[in-house]
Every structure is written in structure tokens, then in C-alpha cells.
Design a binder for this molecule. Structure first.
Ligand SMILES: [Zn+2]
Length: 468
């Protein structure tokens, strides 16, 4: 949908300038005031024409939603299983959930981000109705040494608006060369009585920020993890404080009106989380843990079934798990999950960084790390992450934002510290991968903000959610 909008703009521009060149000088050459009024009028006319052209696109999206979906969610649970070379999908339960928070007009994914994607087709016509890219913990695990020797499974779900008629679900995995390959297909009858339609858990919910209808806003839900029954007030204060950090940084700061933020308090038996490397284990509801893939600061959870069940209490686009601990850590996965600790002195920076992964599909721009990945990027292909490039197809990335005077690759020297360029290093690799800025929220906790490239991507994703 966004691509269609961009095409409209590109197509219209030459026509607009033709009108301006031929008509304005011949009539009003000497009247500067009048000329400015004409130009303003032309701008308004242009905006109106763009709006008129966009109307059918918006109407088409709305028609698809009204004709094919209702305002609930369908949740298709599955396991991704395999090893470094193989992946299998094992289907699980299907649930009907009470809210759909996503757009009613932007139903198909035009960004092409993520290591996986699922697509929903109308079974009778074959038409694509909905699609979404996403990332998984499984795909990261596949690049660890352990995955060469054993098989493992990871819990996933595809969540989409509840279909009115029979649909076909396809799950696609991104291949080493960058293309998607369909690894699973199934037909779903929305009237099947095995689809579980039960009330969500009666956990207490709170609204931190409310700006409008879920389908017109970014809906973020924070889930409590490692907060006991007596720590409800701490959780609500933490959730409010930490989401406030988001709006201290651009582009979130100027988009606060585009967000709804809700919190669900689901108490744990014990405070904190697991730290296996120190033999610390706490009984917590979402089973979060440090030492994911043996990296001390990598804080994640694989208990997605519980997480989805609790998130269903409110409308949501993105789930953020807030872990009640003073330790440093977090994790973020595009269109899947973000996790962050509550009380470290760098929680502000980590919370926003992980949301960059989870919400906008941004890649890590750092390249010195203990991350235990092997062959994470294929430097012979262009990575899908919008803020990383191998220069294989740089036109698809931020080339238009690099000035002609900026050398490529751009030296990491003081003179280029505020310049959009092509700096070697990024995506955990020192060579072959390039990032757009000397420092960025996706590179370090010292950065003041997201770089201009990452900011632009975040803005596009916000616009997609809000139909802007
Ligand atoms: Zn960046």
C-alpha cells in the first residue's frame, strides 16, 4: 500500500512542474506577491489531486477488510523446528481473540523486512488478503554452533484479522540468497469448531497513553514479568516511566500522538528472572532468562504461548515484556517481541534500541560484540535490514541520502560524525557490511538518537500503522 502511494507521488511530480513552468511566468511575471499565492494554490491543488488519487487505494484496503475480515484476531500457533540446515513448521492450536489493533487499509506488507513472512489468501479466488514479515529466535539460534549438532523447536504465532471465509495460510522462510521460500501451507475454515474462542485471562490492564482507535494508532502493550502480586504499583510506575523514555527520542517524540500504550499486570510467583550462568532461577510467569545462546546480557523468553495469551487482554500491534531486574539486558525481534530489564541505569537506551529491532526491523549497527553467531549475513547479497548494506544493491537502501561529496566507503573520522555515509562495519561484522552513520541508537548506548536513516524507517512504519 505504501509503495502505491509513493508511485503516485513520483508520477505526479513532472505534471505539476509542467503546469508551473508554462502557466505562471506568462501571466504574472512581475507580480511576486500574486505569484506566491498562485504557487501556494498550486501546492494545495497538488495535495488535493494526490488525496483524490489516494482515495481509491484507501477505499480498496477498507473494502478488503470489510469484505473479508471482522474486527477480531485469528492466532495460528505453530512450532518452528529444525537445525542449522533445516526448518519445519509444526501446526498447533488456532484461537479467536477479541481485538484486532492493526490497520484496516494497509493489509499487505510492502516493506519486505524479516527472516520469515506469513501470507493469507482468499481460498476461493487465490487473492492475497494479508501479509506480514517477522523475525524469530529460532532463526538466530540456527546461526549458533549448537544448531549444527541438535534439533530444537521454538513457539511462534501468526496473528491476523479474523477471516470471514475460508483462507489459505502460507509461511515463508528467507533463504541464504535473500529470497523467500514457502515452507508450509494450510487451509483454515473460520467456522471450524476446533478454533478456540475463549475469554482472555482476567488480568488487570491499565492505559498509559490513549490517542485514538487501535486501527489508526501504533498499539504497544507492556507485559509484567518477574513482578509479584505485591509489586503491581512498581510495575505500573515502571511501565509509565520506561515508555516515557521512548518519547524523549526522535522520531518517537514528535509521534507521541500516534501511539496508544497499555499495560497488563500478570503477577509472577517470584521477583526477577533466571540467570543460568550464575545458577539463579526464579519462578516467573513468562519464563524469561538471561544467557540466551550463552550470552550473559541476552534477555529473552521462549514462552510465547503464555505471552500471546496474556497480550490478548488488550488490542496490540507490538508486545514488550518488561522484566523486573536491575541487570543489564534485553532483546528485540521484528514484529514478534521486545524484552528489556526495568531498573538498570541504561534501561532508557536499551528499551529504545530493542524497540528499534522489534517495531521497525532495524539491524544492529555495532560490529564488536561477543555475539556467538556464525555466518549471520551473506555479504554477497543485500541484507533485508533497512539500515545495513553490503553495497550489492545500495539503490534500495539510503543511497539517495548520501551527498555526492561523501566518500564511499566513508572514513570513521571526526569530520564525518554528523554525515549520512557508508561506514564499514555493522551487523556484528567488521568487513563487508556497512552502516549509515558514525553512531546511532542501533549502534551504541552513547548515541543521542537514531541516525537519519533509522529515523526515516521508523517514521514510515508509524505512518503505515496510522494510515498517514
Ligand atoms: Zn541507524
Amino acid at each position: 500500500m505504501l509503495r502505491a502511494w509513493q508511485n503516485c507521488q513520483i508520477y505526479l511530480s513532472p505534471l505539476y512542474y509542467q503546469v508551473k513552468i508554462y502557466k505562471v511566468p506568462s501571466f504574472y511575471l512581475n507580480d511576486i506577491i500574486f505569484l506566491s499565492k498562485v504557487i501556494n494554490a498550486q501546492k494545495m491543488i497538488r495535495q488535493f489531486v494526490v488525496f483524490l488519487l489516494l482515495l481509491p487505494i484507501i477505499a480498496e484496503g477498507q473494502t478488503i477488510f470489510e469484505n473479508f475480515f471482522s474486527d477480531y484476531s485469528m492466532r495460528f500457533d505453530f512450532l518452528l523446528g529444525g537445525n542449522s540446515n533445516e526448518v519445519m513448521v509444526y501446526p498447533g492450536q488456532i484461537k479467536k481473540e477479541p481485538h484486532w489493533a492493526g490497520s484496516h487499509t494497509n493489509l499487505t506488507d510492502t516493506f519486505n523486512y524479516g527472516t520469515y513472512r506469513f501470507r493469507i489468501f482468499n481460498l476461493s479466488s487465490g487473492a492475497l488478503l494479508f501479509s506480514k514479515g517477522f523475525c524469530t529466535l529460532f532463526q538466530e539460534w540456527q546461526t549458533t554452533a549448537e544448531a549444527k549438532n541438535i534439533n530444537k523447536t521454538f513457539y511462534q504465532a501468526a496473528v491476523f484479522p479474523y477471516p470471514k471465509n475460508k483462507v489459505r495460510l502460507e509461511i515463508d522462510a528467507r533463504q541464504w540468497k535473500g529470497n523467500f521460500k514457502t515452507i508450509y501451507k494450510t487451509e483454515i475454515d473460520p467456522d471450524n469448531y476446533f478454533i478456540i474462542s475463549e475469554k482472555p485471562f482476567p488480568y488487570e490492564t491499565a492505559t498509559i497513553l490513549e490517542n485514538g482507535k487501535p486501527e489508526k494508532k501504533v498499539d504497544l502493550v507492556l507485559l509484567s514479568e518477574g513482578y509479584t502480586e505485591t509489586e503491581k504499583d512498581k510495575f505500573l510506575n515502571d511501565a509509565s516511566r520506561i515508555t516515557g523514555y521512548l518519547f524523549d527520542e526522535e522520531p518517537f517524540k514528535s509521534n507521541k500522538m500516534n501511539f496508544n500504550i497499555r499495560a497488563v499486570f500478570a503477577p509472577s510467583e517470584e521477583t526477577g528472572t533466571d540467570v543460568p550462568g550464575e545458577k539463579i532461577y526464579n519462578n516467573t510467569l513468562l519464563n524469561s532468562t538471561f544467557y540466551t545462546f550463552d550470552i550473559p546480557r541476552y534477555l529473552t523468553t521462549s514462552d510465547m504461548k503464555t505471552i500471546y495469551d496474556i497480550a490478548a487482554c488488550v488490542p496490540y500491534d507490538h508486545i514488550y515484556v518488561l522484566v523486573n531486574t536491575e541487570r543489564y539486558g534485553g532483546g528485540g525481534f521484528y514484529n514478534f517481541l521486545s524484552v528489556c530489564s526495568s531498573d538498570h541505569q541504561l534501561t532508557r537506551e536499551v528499551f529504545v534500541h530493542e524497540f528499534g529491532h522489534g517495531f521497525a526491523g532495524l539491524g544492529d549497527e555495532y560490529y564488536t560484540s561477543e555475539v556467538a553467531y556464525e555466518n549471520f549475513y551473506n555479504i554477497k547479497e543485500e541484507p533485508w535490514e533497512p539500515n545495513l548494506t553490503t553495497l550489492v544493491n545500495f539503490n534500495k537502501k539510503w543511497k539517495s541520502m548520501v551527498s555526492e561529496n561523501t566518500p564511499v566507503p566513508t572514513p570513521r573520522t571526526e569530520g564525518f560524525s554528523n554525515t549520512v555515509g557508508v561506514f564499514e562495519g555493522g551487523g556484528y561484522m567488521t568487513e563487508g557490511i556497512y552502516s549509515p552513520y558514525m553512531d546511532c541508537r542501533m549502534k551504541s548506548n552513547n548515541a543521542k538518537n537514531f541516525c537519519p536513516v533509522c529515523s526515516g524507517v521508523i517514521q514510515k512504519i508509524i505512518d503505515l500503522h496510522c494510515d498517514n
